[in-house]
Write a protein that binds this ligand. Structure first.
Ligand code: COA
Length: 172
């Protein structure tokens, strides 16, 4: 396919998308998206034990509780939820992009959105706990490893990194 056709497709996709706050009626769609991404994407770089643990946890009741606790936003394309991102205090989480849309700048778009949102809500620094899959993606966005700890469950033992980024004013 010629380059201009690919570029035009990306522009049309991005132009037609919108980001909105989620509500409880979205929880099944969000849970389905997270399960799909964990299976198709995260399994490539994270252990089966870790992915299976998250798959067990991420049912729609868990998502409903999370929607109560913090702010979760979704990226909509043609009435379908194709991405999510969330903020709980100063912790960014729930960043998932539908496998069909990976590598089209949508992860960056959701991170830009949540950083802006956090800035407007007075946050100066953001924190996150990267999956193995997303570690380099976050580094590209300026997040740096500040600490790590061992997370141990009955199913796995895993080193978890904490990454942080200071938010600059937009005009800087
Ligand atoms: C990580 C994730 C959100 C990235 O989304 P995406 O839409 O594919 O990312 P983008 O297209 O916006 O990529 C932005 C940049 O990061 C790079 N990038 C994206 N994913 C990457 C990866 N896994 N490793 C290294 N670089 C990556 C891209 O090449 C691009 O670089 P460029 O700006 O130099 O061109 C997506 O892969 C995903 O949903 N992963 C599974 C869920 C997950 O682990 N989420 C994180 C939970 S903490």
């Amino acid at each position: 396919m010629p380059l201009w056709t690919i570029l035009l497709t990306f522009i049309i996709i991005i132009y037609n998308m919108k980001i909105r706050k989620t509500n409880k009626r979205d929880s099944k769609k969000i849970s389905d998206l997270h399960k799909l991404v964990l299976n198709k994407v995260n399994r490539k770089k994270d252990t089966d034990e870790f992915v299976d643990y998250l798959l067990d946890k991420y049912d729609s009741d868990y998502i409903k509780k999370k929607l109560d606790k913090g702010e979760v936003f979704c990226l909509i394309n043609k009435n379908k939820v194709i991405g999510t991102v969330g903020l709980e205090d100063n912790i960014v989480g729930k960043l998932y992009i539908h496998p069909k849309y990976l590598g089209k700048g949508l992860g960056n778009k959701l991170m830009d959105f949540i950083e802006d949102y956090a800035r407007k809500n007075g946050k100066r620094k953001l924190k996150l706990f990267p999956t193995n899959y997303a570690y380099k993606f976050y580094r590209k966005l300026g997040y740096r490893k500040v600490k790590s700890f061992i997370w141990k469950t009955d199913q796995f033992k895993r080193r978890v990194y904490i990454m942080e980024k200071k938010l600059k004013n937009k005009h800087n």
